[in-house]
Structures are given as C-alpha cells and as structure tokens.
Design a protein around this ligand. Structure first.
Ligand code: UDP
Length: 341
C-alpha cells in the first residue's frame, strides 16, 4: 500500500516514514524542505536500508502535486504533515501560517479528489482546544477560541475536512490526530528534530543549551496558575506518535472507521510542567541546565494534557516511552548532531 507523506522529511514525518516502511507500507515523501533538511532522507535510508521516493515540491502547488499523483499512479492514502508549527512564530507571521497551513490542505484535497484518493490522516493539534475549562481534554471537549494563529489554522483545517466530508459527493475518509507535544528522537539517533536557527520548541532549546550552543534556557513565564507556575503540556515520544499514524492509516484502509471523520487525541495522558521537563532532562543527562524564568510567551495556553482513552480503546494505541527515556533520546540525538558538527 502506497502512502504519500507530505512533510515526510520533517520531524514527525521522518519518523512516520520509518514506521510505515517497517510496517510494510510504501511511503512516498513530498516536502519543500522549507523547515527540514536533506540529511533526514539519509537518516531514514540508514535506518530502513532503502531509498524512499521523494518529491521536492510545495504541496500548496497544485500543478506540482498533480504531477506526483500522476507519476505515482496509485496512492492508497495520504498523511498530511506539511505545515508551519511554531505557536510563537505564528503570532509574528499570521498570514504566512494561514496561507501555508490552510492553503496546502485545500490544494491537497483538490488533488486527492481529482485522483480519487479517499484516505487522509491529518496532523491536527491540541491547540484546537484553546484554553480548556477542564483537564484532561477529551475529543468531546468543546474547542475554545485558539490562543494563537497556529492553533486557529488547525481549527480551520479541521473545519475544512468536516465540510468537505459532509458534501453529498464526498468519498473522503479522514482521521484527525490531535497531537500533544512530540519530543525525542529515533533510538538509532539517525533522525530527530532539526530546528533551523534558534529553536522555538522547548526540548531542542534545552538540548542545545546543554550542548553549549545556547547560553541559557528562558522559561516562558513562572506565574501561571499551575502548581509550580510554569506551563503544563503532555510530552509524547515522537516514535510513539509516529506509530499512531500507522494504526490510523490501517484503520482507514480497512474501512473500520465508524464515521467519515474520526478524531483522536494522541498524547500520553500525563501533564508535565516546563520545570519538571527541565528536571527530568537533568536526570536523564546527568547535567545541570542553565535556565532562568522569563516573561510569558504570547499565544501560550497555561495547561493542557490529553485524555488518551479513546485512542487506546478504539485504535488500540498506547504510548510506550517515558518522559525520562524521551529526553534521553533527545539528548543522544543532540550529541550525535554536535559530534557531526
Ligand atoms: N518553552 C519555554 N522556553 C522555550 C521554549 C518553550 O519555556 O525556550 C515552553 C513554552 O512556553 C510552553 C512549553 O515550553 O509552555 C512547550 O512549548 P513548545 O514551543 O515546545 O510547544 P507548544 O506547546 O508551544 O506547541
């Protein structure tokens, strides 16, 4: 079964390509390399021992995307990762986020419709919940206004999928996976997160600080209404998250879904504060991290973590990697990168 993976050279995408291949699928990568690097392809190849067909195109480019669907002839399903992903940056560049995240989904759906490809796994996010009234959030928790343009793009994309699916001629079947916070790297340390420039996300910032690339981690706010005053998130190991995609794709191909659009939280079900992550990193690495508490970051939700029951009951999906092991894998990856310059 051939699965097109947009953003397949990116952080989550590259791990999903590996898991798909190892589960017996034929992944095909589409990536414009705007926030990913060719080295990810070499890492994938080193792990699986094969080259994955890769198209260097922007999936918001209708003509280019059509060429991929034509060339590959029969695509059984699509996993759409390709998107901008930084909450803080989206506050600075909202138009770029709407254009890229919503625009690429629209183009992809047009082309999928034309080529009668009917299975889609879409990368959504826990940011669609906004600032929830109660924790943990279940898939039935009502979405509040998004706290950032990034979160709003994910809300809009989910709405687009629902509307397209409700059309009388619709043949599309979609699984929306609402990710919590992916961290860590493949155990081989051949693929992992490759932030361009200064990292936006917590864990690469931590590992770069520990490696001496950044001087100090700034914790974005210590005065939130949480037990230690810092934000709470649900940190999931990226390989666990990647495996959720394999299960979702299989469910679509088996036509097991109970509705044309199904939604699942993909998290561990546990919340950890930023300070807890720092402490766990210190434990995993045996190092002391240089950090200080700074101001709040615009767009941040104070606290969110998943109720992961639905994914477990319906998909049979459960995370396997602890926070400590996830951080250890992130540190191993950082050290590998550092060694290679
Ligand atoms: N964070 C931080 N310092 C950083 C980067 C992130 O304190 O340099 C915090 C951020 O404010 C949030 C948490 O770490 O509370 C996770 O942020 P990240 O950007 O990794 O993911 P997000 O939850 O925004 O998608």
């Amino acid at each position: 079964m051939k699965i097109l993976v947009t953003g397949g050279a990116g952080y989550i995408g590259s791990h999903a390509v590996v898991e798909l291949y190892q589960a017996g699928y034929q992944p095909v990568i589409v990536d414009n390399f705007s926030n990913s690097e060719e080295s990810a392809l070499a890492g994938i190849e080193a792990i699986i021992g094969a080259k994955v067909p890769t198209y260097r195109i922007d999936c918001a480019d209708n003509a280019a995307l059509r060429t991929v669907f034509q060339t590959e002839e029969k695509i059984d399903g699509v996993i759409h990762f390709a998107a901008y992903k930084a909450v803080g940056e989206s506050v600075q560049k909202p138009l770029a986020y709407f254009q890229n995240n919503v625009g690429s989904l629209l183009t992809l759906l047009e082309v999928m419709t034309e080529f009668e490809v009917t299975n889609l796994v879409f990368s959504s996010s826990c940011t669609v919940y906004g600032i929830p009234d109660a924790l943990p959030v279940t898939e039935a928790t009502p979405s509040k206004p998004a706290s950032s343009p990034y979160g709003r793009t994910k809300q809009m994309c989910e709405d687009v999928v629902h509307d397209v699916s409700a059309a009388p001629t619709n043949k599309l079947h979609t699984i929306l996976l609402r990710y919590f916070n992916p961290i860590g790297a493949h155990n081989s340390a051949k693929i992992g997160e490759l932030p361009l420039g200064v990292p936006n996300n917590l864990v690469p910032y931590i590992t770069q600080t520990a490696a001496g690339i950044r001087e100090q981690l700034t914790i974005n706010g210590g005065d939130y209404d949480t037990p230690d005053g810092t934000n709470i998130r649900d940190y999931i190991h990226v390989v666990d998250l990647a495996k959720a995609h394999v299960v979702a794709v299989q469910r679509l191909l088996d036509r097991k879904a109970s509705e044309v659009v199904e939604t699942f939280n993909v998290g561990t079900g546990h919340g950890n504060s930023v300070l807890e992550v720092v402490q766990a990193f210190e434990q995993a690495s045996g190092l002391k991290l240089n950090y200080h508490i700074g101001p709040r970051r615009a767009g941040d939700v104070p606290a969110i973590y998943a109720d992961a029951t639905k994914a477990e009951q319906v998909l049979g999906f459960k995370t396997e990697t602890s926070l400590l092991d996830s951080l250890a894998s992130a540190w191993k990856w950082q050290q590998t990168l550092h060694k290679n310059g």
